[in-house]
Design a protein around this ligand. Structure first.
Ligand code: ATP
Ligand code: MG
Length: 118
């Protein structure tokens, strides 16, 4: 039976730190199937559209600069209950609040450079 799908991307901090392999391993070990994946980068303009929901936030300009600062690895993942289970795997937005053993607790540098998109 096919599960549900969720979109994610490994963010520039985690790719440049060489943590993408470890993160992909955690995703697979948690039972997600990788449906599609590539290494690419976003322009500042594309990052601005992607995070348009946050356009009025004070961190929007820094966020779109950061998200266009280096390579990213977007992926489409599949699993039963994928959206909810993926949020549990990555942990809270702020790594200081992320549960022990989550991807953000292990790999995020800061609330902005937080390793992965959920
Ligand atoms: P994402 O949407 O990337 O999966 P999220 O849903 O956990 O993360 P959002 O509230 O949607 O968090 O914020 C989007 C992104 O904006 C965060 O992942 C982080 O990179 C950045 N961000 C959020 N809050 C702050 C903040 N207070 N200061 C700086 N950057 C922030
Ligand atoms: Mg979000």
């Amino acid at each position: 039976m096919a599960g549900t799908r969720t979109f994610t991307m490994i963010k520039p901090d985690a790719v440049s730190a060489g943590n993408s392999g470890a993160i992909i391993k955690m995703i697979e070990e948690a039972g997600f199937k990788i449906i599609a994946m590539k290494k690419t980068a976003m322009s500042k303009e594309t990052a601005g559209k992607f995070y348009a929901v946050h356009a009025e936030r004070p961190f929007y300009n820094d966020l779109t600069t950061y998200m266009s600062s280096g390579s990213i690895i977007p992926m489409i993942l599949e699993k039963d209950n994928a959206v909810e289970d993926f949020r549990k795997l990555i942990g809270a937005t702020n790594p200081k609040e992320a549960e022990e053993g989550t991807i953000r607790a292990l790999f995020a540098e800061s609330i902005e450079a937080n390793a992965i998109h959920g």
